[in-house]
Design a protein around this ligand. Structure first.
Ligand code: NAP
Length: 495
């Protein structure tokens, strides 16, 4: 009888999270990895998103693996295409492509207790087996289509921002953008000039602070390449600013409310400098506290609304007809192009992105929904042996996602090191360690803007169906890194 091939590890997702996990597993000596990716290339969000204006919206100096700095960013906030190129560069440098399988849609994974491995079910019927399972499926990977009455009857062009149609010429079109999140903030200024008319449908206004963007001159880039320390300094500065925004203004709101209010003042002043019309300013001013929703950064979002061909519509949408959008005040705007900048569904379909069945048939998605969303140190869940969930509740630390990725890599180093030392076959986080971590995160959140601020009108995707803001890890990034390297080894059982 043929023996079952069991890979060392199966990683779901070939974005930066999955590649970071693969790099770490390689360093730990695992050579038989398989990285399964539903898209046709690597890069995750930076492969899928190609809408005009796409760029990193936090400083590029912080948005890379610290062990693989990129001295070639053209701007302080690099355009999306450079991120995609950087992802390819990382895959080549660390020889990751040989592990990757594209157009490979994973439907689910089941822990096989008899054989002590995971069975991964791929669409089409294929089954793979791996000793370890790591999901790196991202937070923002399941596009949200709005359930607006009549949307299916619209006869013009419909584009969700995650499925940008490069061949579609916007010149002279009468378009609508639904949504005013971070994506719309980047997209609207970019597409407005070409359009005949653009109507932006805003349900919830967004805080927008200035973006200190600039081209990085070649001499600075060559200095970063020749003296990497200089880029590390830029990274430290960028990370420091993000930490102040995130940790003090958002997570430590109780003590540092003044930073939060300062950020609001900066955003309001920014708007005032760019928009003279007080009525328009009032419409664009959020009625919830800074940080309830992910803040955005832009120098040209507000000015886009001062163009003659751009209109802000704040009346709720009643329905969509074949040729336009009707709002509840009875107004109809005729359009030929409908752009959906409506974001992503996180809590219904993305935690987890695939069905995961652990020990004794425990279904992770059901368990999270019936209990609470939780994961020890943002990576491990009781009843799920040999499994690390990298896009997890309480895992997102700092504003650069690379902070999260690298602290998770550090956690892996310590955990797999112990598994190796004990010559164990399996690891599993204990219910006690998990419960203590959840209690601590819950307690820490009591100091955050999510608990103490005014967030009820923000409609923020940070909040789940239980009313908990369970994405961000409510600690400093220093704490996240420290714990990743020092968590108690008896937080896990090894067998
Ligand atoms: P988002 O922040 O969730 O925004 C979606 C927008 O669509 C919101 O304004 C939402 O309004 C609106 N919307 C959704 N359904 C609607 C409906 N049925 N009717 C009317 N409006 C509706 O999504 P996003 O802008 O794509 O950004 C998601 C995240 O991606 C960001 O927070 C950020 O983390 C990340 N991002 C990063 C970058 C970058 O770094 N380059 C760029 C873009 C995005 P409500 O607020 O009222 O629900």
């Amino acid at each position: 009888m043929a023996t079952t091939k069991v890979h060392d590890a199966a990683i779901i997702g070939a974005g930066f999270g999955g590649m970071g996990a693969a790099i770490q597993l390689g360093r730990l000596g695992f050579t038989d990895l398989v990285i399964l990716e539903r898209e046709d290339d690597l890069g995750g969000t930076w492969h899928v998103n190609r809408y005009p204006g796409l760029a990193v919206d936090i400083p590029s100096s912080t948005y890379s693996y610290s062990f693989e700095p990129n001295p070639n960013w053209s701007r302080m906030y690099a355009p999306g295409a450079e991120l995609k190129a950087y992802a390819s560069h990382v895959a080549d440098t660390y020889d990751l492509r040989r592990h990757m399988r594209f157009n490979c849609v994973v439907e689910g994974a089941v822990w096989d207790a008899d054989h002590q491995h995971w069975t991964v079910n791929v669409a089409g019927g294929e089954r793979l087996h791996a000793r370890y399972l790591l999901t790196a499926t991202g937070f923002l990977s399941q596009p949200k289509m709005p359930d607006i009455p009549g949307i299916e009857t619209f006869e013009g062009k419909v584009i969700h921002t995650t499925k940008w149609d490069d061949s579609y010429d916007l010149a002279g079109k009468k378009a609508a953008v639904i949504g005013t999140g971070a994506t719309a903030v980047q997209l609207i200024p970019e597409i407005a000039p070409a359009l005949a008319e653009l109507t932006v449908y805003q349900r919830t206004a967004i805080w927008v602070t200035p973006k200190s963007d600039a081209r990085i001159p070649p001499r600075i880039r060559s200095m970063y390449a020749r003296v990497p320390f200089t880029q590390r300094v830029a990274r430290a500065l960028g990370s420091g600013v993000l930490e102040v925004l995130m940790v003090t203004a958002v997570l430590k709101y109780r003590r540092f409310k003044m930073f939060n209010k300062l950020a609001e003042r900066v955003a309001k002043r920014h708007m005032k400098r760019q928009i003279s019309d007080p009525v328009l300013r009032a419409k664009l001013t959020p009625d919830y506290d800074f940080g309830c929703k992910r803040p955005t950064f832009s120098n040209d979002y507000f000015t886009a609304f001062t163009r003659d061909n751009v209109h802000l519509e704040t009346s709720p949408i009643e329905r969509i007809d074949a040729d336009g959008i009707v709002t509840t005040d009875g107004n109809k705007t005729e359009i030929d192009t409908l752009v959906l900048a409506t974001g992503f569904n996180l809590w219904d379909v993305n935690f987890p992105a695939i069905e995961i069945i652990g020990r004794e048939g425990r279904n992770l998605g059901k368990w999270w929904r019936d209990n609470r969303f939780q994961a020890y140190e943002g990576v491990a869940v009781p009843h799920f042996p040999n499994f690390l969930t990298l896009a997890s509740p309480y895992s997102y630390s700092g504003l650069s996602y690379f902070t999260t990725i690298e602290s998770q890599m550090k956690h892996m180093e310590r955990l797999f090191g112990e598994v190796g030392r004990r010559k164990a076959t399996t690891f599993e986080v204990t219910p006690e360690a998990n419960a203590d971590f959840l209690d601590r995160m819950t307690h820490n959140l009591e100091d955050s803007v999510f608990a103490l601020g005014s967030c009820s009108t923000a409609r923020s995707y940070y909040f789940n169906q239980h009313g908990e803001a369970a994405i961000l890890r409510p600690t400093s990034t220093i704490n996240a890194f420290r714990e990743a390297g020092r968590f108690p080894l008896d937080a896990y059982t090894y067998a």
